[in-house]
Design a protein. Structure first.
Length: 354
């Protein structure tokens, strides 16, 4: 009986002390902050606790661990990337990291090469954000929530320092990946949450994988991502990316117009198909139209993935200057450094560019 009473005394004191620590000692932010958190394969629960504290999801790793012990919480965490927030309870965090079905949030898959317009189309088509209201002719009367947030809201990131919010300012920096988002937010918060996750992902990857090499190559971040975005759209085949990069750099080096279809389509707001371009389309007055304007466009034309960013850093050596699309189904190009060969192929396969 004495042993049992001692156990009860210790347990009550333990619970009381924990409750005090949780309410009085663990710092809590005044406002809810959303954090993208990744559990790696084979990672221990204790390591997860430490990183949850380090990344600001919880206030104290030890208290989090003690609560799990007291509540006999299952900490069989599954590898993956999760959307957590600083106002979540211990049980809610555990449930998400275990991937309990009843707590599964919305999963979205943003593909490499999506523009902001493509992302918005995907999100509305999948019911993540609502379709904008339309007039009697079915024409949208306003922008969708995601597009509006992408150029109207100000986001604070190192990668955006010195940039002014506007229509194109986030293009290229919304990293394509799989994301989880909470399903209980209103459309504006949903849009902001998605954008914040994508910007965070881009910033982490850029500075950990590409920033130093870009600097060594004499490229600004905007130049690198703009070139990568052109590669992503115009040279999607893995075996052509470095060749496409070589064409871009060699033409830039010689002061030749790039004449890249992706930039022209972006200048036309992606409203015209490549196989239906007219002479007026090709001559449209836009800084993004590299058929008419020399140099790089002012910014990216889509959001490129890692492979194309790497290709932009490692172009194939040689003097390649020309390319012609010769297989539309497989998007295969003919590459050459010879203008006569280029003109012959252009005439044979791609009258569109005459």
């Amino acid at each position: 009986a004495t042993v049992f009473l001692i156990y009860i005394y210790i347990q009550v004191g333990y619970n009381t002390g924990f409750a005090y620590a949780e309410t009085s000692l663990i710092p809590r932010p005044e406002e809810e902050v959303e954090v993208q958190f990744t559990v790696t394969e084979g990672e221990s629960a204790d390591n997860v606790y430490e990183r949850l504290e380090k990344e600001g999801v919880i206030g104290n790793a030890l208290m989090f661990r003690l609560e799990n012990i007291l509540k006999s919480e299952d900490t069989d965490y599954k590898p993956g990337t999760y959307a957590l927030s600083t106002n979540m309870t211990t049980s809610k965090i555990n449930s998400i990291l275990r991937q309990d079905p009843e707590n599964t949030d919305i999963t979205i898959l943003i593909l490499e090469g999506y523009s902001i317009k493509d992302i918005a189309t995907y999100l509305t088509a999948n019911g993540v954000i609502p379709e904008p209201e339309t007039d009697e002719n079915g024409v949208p009367m306003e922008e969708d929530t995601f597009t509006w947030a992408s150029h109207d809201h100000e986001f604070k990131y190192r990668i955006l320092e010195g940039r002014t919010p506007g229509r194109h300012w986030l293009e290229g920096y919304l990293f394509p990946d799989t994301y989880r988002i909470r399903s209980d937010m209103d459309p504006p918060h949903t849009a902001d949450s998605i954008i914040n996750k994508m910007l965070t992902n881009f910033e982490d990857k850029y500075y950990s994988k590409f920033g130093q090499q870009a600097a060594e190559n004499g490229l600004t971040m905007n130049e690198l991502i703009t070139i990568a975005s052109i590669i992503e759209k115009d040279f999607p085949r893995a075996d052509e990316r470095s060749k496409g990069a070589a064409v871009i750099y060699n033409r830039l080096g010689r002061g030749m117009n790039l004449r890249m279809p992706s930039t022209l389509l972006y200048a036309l707001d992606e409203k015209v198909r490549l196989d239906r371009l007219t002479a007026d389309n090709v001559n449209v007055n836009s800084p993004y139209n590299t058929y008419r304007t020399p140099g790089l466009p002012p910014g990216p034309v889509c959001n490129p993935g890692e492979a194309c960013i790497q290709a932009a850093l490692e172009p194939e050596e040689g003097d390649l200057l020309y390319c012609v699309l010769i297989d539309e189904e497989n998007y295969r190009h003919f590459f050459t450094d010879n203008e006569e060969e280029y003109l012959e192929k252009l005439k044979e396969y791609n009258k569109l560019y005459n």
